[in-house]
Design a binder for this molecule. Structure first.
Ligand SMILES: Cc1cc2nc3c(=O)[nH]c(=O)nc-3n(C[C@H](O)[C@H](O)[C@H](O)COP(=O)(O)OP(=O)(O)OC[C@H]3O[C@@H](n4cnc5c(N)ncnc54)[C@H](O)[C@@H]3O)c2cc1C
Length: 458
């Protein structure tokens, strides 16, 4: 008999720094039992699920239509990628843009970059409006290259994009070579540039939004944690049944915000969105010692001459969150590819962050900085690098927002807003402001299934 393929989040995941301070809503259940039915059921309470619920409740048409919403979460709130990430709110205005231009043309690429950039203000605004305490810091992201080959190649790409009229790149500034090391604080760097970026405590941001969801929704919102969904069956476009070990619930509409785990419930996405395991560390100096100064709060260290990038933020208390090291395990597929086990570290990478600050940053040599928490998390990589948003082909009344790669923070909030408009107002995708390349389509699924695109994730 063939072994059953596991698709649910595993038990006992590693402990990220972000989850060392838990909200009272972490394992919340609004009622002891599942409701029998709900207008909308959202599967997954990470960034996508919670921000979708928030937009459904704050959208103009909610006051007139007022549907009931149930959120089902397999583990605790934000225990997936969102609670295990690097805390970077860093719009990608150059990394995947050349690839997007090649695949979809300049207009689509500009639309994507501007969409990501607009998240900075949108997230600042909602944090201010809802008074969410989540350590948001606005800064410049410092991208540094240790070799001139890779660095100058990137410089050329950016200059070409600027020449093509990409105005959003006006925010990107190259540093004079002789100043890079002193300005960035990173040892041995040869090429460097900076652009607007942010850092955030992702769990606190999402839990703050969730608090508002439960407040605004009142009795019409029901959250059920530790309730894994095993399957969904459909009787009609407005009659779906969601099956869990705690019973079933009927829904008019179902939304999958299951990111890396989507393949388990929607097999047609198996080749389009696949799990990819990553590793992140929290580094701090011994108690009662002041951490050395870092010139900025957001870095990308291009540590590998080919592909590798480490991403790093400095927290307001001076401690560091750093992730990456992908170049060390990228050739060993079992360690990261199609791997949903975040209860274990990545063996070949687990010592990588020891002495990291001493090795890379001036002034940290005698800091005594060491790793305090080390954890893994599961990203949902999209085979064509774009997330899947919208109504699922051949499944009327069922929607998806998933496949955000290692890069959801400046993408998900407004994607969820657009999806809420589709669900509540039946607005066509093209009028929601979500980039055209994000629309989930049967063509994209077929291309993924045929394996025509893929592999060039980094
Ligand atoms: C190690 C790592 C580092 C990262 N660093 C960054 C970064 O610095 N900046 C950035 O922008 N992005 C980063 N990302 C990516 C970012 O965290 C994700 O894109 C984003 O959090 C995805 O949010 P989500 O809600 O779609 O997924 P998730 O947060 O994974 O939420 C999905 C939820 O669905 C639940 N679920 C799944 N299946 C079921 C089921 N069958 N039944 C019920 N519930 C289910 C899961 O338990 C989970 O809580 C990183 C990700 C990882 C893993």
């Amino acid at each position: 008999m063939a072994a059953e393929k596991r698709f649910l989040p595993v038990e006992n995941p590693t402990l990220p720094f972000w989850l060392t301070e838990r909200s009272p809503l972490d394992a919340h259940r609004s009622t002891p039992n599942l409701p029998d039915e709900s207008d909308i059921v959202i599967i997954g309470a990470g960034y996508a699920g919670v921000s979708l619920a928030y937009h459904l409740l704050t959208s103009i048409s909610y006051s007139t239509k007022r549907p009931s919403i149930t959120i089902l979460e397999a583990r605790t709130v934000c225990s997936g990628a969102t609670g295990r990430n690097g805390g970077h709110l860093r719009p990608d205005i150059y990394g995947s843009i050349p690839l997007f231009i090649r695949r979809h043309g300049l207009d689509a690429a500009v639309e994507l970059a501007e969409f990501e950039l607009s998240h900075i203000k949108a997230i600042q605004d909602v944090i201010e409006k809802e008074k969410i305490d989540c350590d948001l810091v606005m800064t410049r992201n410092m991208n540094v290259y240790f070799g001139t080959d890779r660095g100058n190649k990137v410089r050329k790409v950016i200059e070409d994009l600027k020449a093509q009229g990409c105005k959003f790149l006006d925010d990107l500034v190259f540093l004079p070579e002789e100043d890079i090391e002193s300005t960035s604080g990173v040892k041995g760097t040869k090429v460097g540039f900076s652009f607007t970026s942010g850092a955030i405590w992702p769990y606190k941001f999402i839990l703050g939004l969730l608090e508002k969801v439960l407040e605004y929704g009142g009795d019409s919102v029901n959250l059920q944690t530790t309730t894994p969904v095993n399957s969904v069956t459909s009787e009609a476009p407005d009659r779906h049944v969601i099956h869990t070990p705690r019973g079933s619930i009927k829904a008019k509409k179902v939304v999958y915000t299951t990111n890396a785990y989507t393949f388990g419930l929607l097999p047609e996405y198996e080749r389009a969105i696949f799990p990819a395991r990553g590793i992140v560390a929290h580094i701090s100096v011994p108690e009662n010692q002041t951490p050395p100064h870092l010139p900025l709060s957001s870095y990308a260290l291009r540590v590998d001459p080919r592909t590798g990038v480490d991403y790093l933020i400095a927290r307001p208390d001076g401690s560091i969150i750093v992730g990456g090291a992908h170049h060390l395990h990228q050739d060993n597929n079992d360690e990261w590819f199609n791997n949903i086990d975040d209860s274990k570290l990545i063996e070949s990478t687990k010592d990588y962050f020891d002495g990291y600050m001493q090795k890379h940053f001036n002034g940290w040599e005698d800091s005594g900085a060491s790793v305090k928490e080390l954890w893994t998390g599961i990203m949902g990589y999209s085979s064509d690098t774009a997330p899947h948003i919208g109504e699922i082909p051949s499944r009327p009344g069922q929607y998806i927002a998933a496949g955000f790669n290692g890069h959801g923070m400046p993408v998900i909030y407004l994607s969820s807003k657009g999806l809420a408009q589709q669900i509540l107002e039946e607005k066509p995708f093209d009028e929601t402001g979500v980039p055209r390349t994000f629309k989930t389509t049967s063509e994209r699924l077929e291309t993924a299934a045929s394996g025509k695109i893929g592999g060039d994730i980094f």
